[in-house]
Design a protein around this ligand. Structure first.
Ligand code: KMH
Ligand code: ZN
Length: 310
C-alpha cells in the first residue's frame, strides 16, 4: 500500500470512560454534543468519534436513545464519518457497550484490543470540587477497575458488529494489543487493511513519547506489513505534540476533548473545533493536506454515509 498522501483528522467529541466534566467546554447534552461535532467537522475533522452522556449529569450513557438524540442531527448538518464508541464505561458489559453501534450501524466504531487497568485515579488529587456528584467516586474507583476486553469479548463484538460492515478503529493501548490484533486477524476475525489507533499516555498503557511511538509503528510494520492504516491519540498535554510527530511519519491524527481538555499545557481548550483547527494548521504548515470526509472514506474503505441506520 502506497504512503497515504492526506492526513485524516478524527475528533473525539466528549468521551466518557476517562474524561472528567471539569471544563465548561466539554459537551454533555445532546444539543452541545451535536453543535460541537458539527463545528469540529467544519474545522477539518473527517471523522467524529462519539460517546453519549446522561444529559442531566454528564455521566457515561450507553443507552442508544441518548445517541439517537444527536446522531441524526449531526448527519443532517455534515457529511463527516460517524464513529460510535463501543467503550462505554468501566462498569458496562460488552453487550451493553455494542448496543448503540448495533442499532445505528455507523460507518465506523471503536474496538478496544485488550484488557487493562485503565486508570485515571491520579486526577482525583487535581480537583477539590466536582461539577457532579458521581464524578469523584468514579475517578477514584478507576484505580481498582479493569477495562475488560478479553479475547472472548472481542470475538463476540466483532462477530455481531461484523454483520453491519462497520470499519473498526482498533484501539491499541500498548504494544501487546498489536499482537492481540494480529492474533485475531490470523484467526479470521478481522481482515486487512485494518485501521489502528495507537492510544498513548493512558495510565495502564504505554507512555506518550516519541520512542514509544516509533516502537508502536515498527511493531505494527512488522506484524501487518504495508497493509494497515494508523492514527495516533495521545492523552493530555502530549495530544498535539505527538499528533504532529505522527503526521510527519505518515500517520493520521485524533484530537478532541475526550482525550485532552487542553489546547496547550495548562490552558483549557475552548472547544473541540479549536483543537481540530490547531492540528489542521500544523499539518498544513508542515506541507501535508487534510483529508475530506469522502477522502477518508476512500483511504479507510468505508461503506458510505448512506448505509447507516440513523
Ligand atoms: N479515549 C480513549 C483513550 C472507546 O471509545 O472505545 C479511549 C476510547 C475508547 O476512545
Ligand atoms: Zn472513545
Amino acid at each position: 500500500m502506497a504512503r497515504q498522501k492526506k492526513t485524516v483528522i478524527t475528533c473525539a467529541i466528549t468521551g466518557a470512560i476517562h474524561t472528567p466534566t471539569m471544563s465548561d467546554a466539554l459537551p454533555y447534552t445532546p444539543d452541545d454534543i451535536a453543535a460541537q461535532a458539527v463545528e469540529a467537522a467544519e474545522a477539518g475533522a473527517a471523522i467524529l468519534h462519539l460517546h453519549a452522556r446522561n444529559p442531566q449529569n454528564g455521566s457515561v450513557s450507553i443507552d442508544p436513545e441518548d445517541f439517537n438524540r444527536f446522531l441524526p442531527r449531526i448527519k443532517q448538518a455534515t457529511d463527516a464519518v460517524i464513529n460510535i464508541s463501543t467503550g462505554g464505561s468501566l462498569t458496562n458489559t460488552i453487550e451493553e457497550r455494542i448496543a448503540p453501534a448495533l442499532r445505528f450501524s455507523p460507518e465506523m466504531c471503536s474496538m478496544n484490543m485488550g484488557s487493562m487497568n485503565f486508570s485515571f485515579h491520579p486526577l482525583a488529587k487535581r480537583y477539590d470540587t466536582y461539577k457532579f456528584d458521581w464524578e469523584k467516586a468514579y475517578i477514584e474507583n478507576s484505580k481498582a477497575s479493569i477495562f475488560r476486553n478479553t479475547f472472548a469479548d472481542i470475538e463476540n463484538a466483532a462477530t455481531q458488529l461484523g454483520r453491519h460492515d462497520i470499519k473498526f478503529e482498533h484501539e491499541c493501548y500498548d504494544v501487546g494489543h498489536l499482537y492481540n490484533l494480529k492474533f485475531c486477524m490470523d484467526s479470521g476475525l478481522f481482515k486487512a487493511p485494518v485501521f489502528i489507533q495507537f492510544v498513548m499516555g493512558i495510565l495502564g498503557g504505554i507512555g506518550a513519547d516519541i520512542d514509544n511511538l516509533v516502537f508502536m509503528k515498527k511493531t505494527a510494520d512488522k506484524l501487518f506489513g504495508d497493509d494497515y492504516r494508523w492514527s495516533i491519540l495521545a492523552a493530555g498535554s502530549a495530544q498535539i505534540p505527538l499528533a504532529t510527530t505522527a503526521s510527519q511519519m505518515g500517520g493520521n491524527v485524533r484530537v478532541g476533548l475526550e482525550d485532552s481538555l487542553f489546547i496547550t499545557r495548562g490552558k483549557l481548550a475552548e472547544s473541540n473545533a479549536q483543537q481540530v483547527a490547531k492540528i489542521r494548521r500544523i499539518v498544513e504548515e508542515l506541507g501535508s493536506e487534510v483529508a475530506t470526509p469522502d477522502e477518508a472514506r476512500e483511504i479507510l474503505a468505508l461503506k458510505g454515509g448512506d448505509k447507516v441506520d440513523f
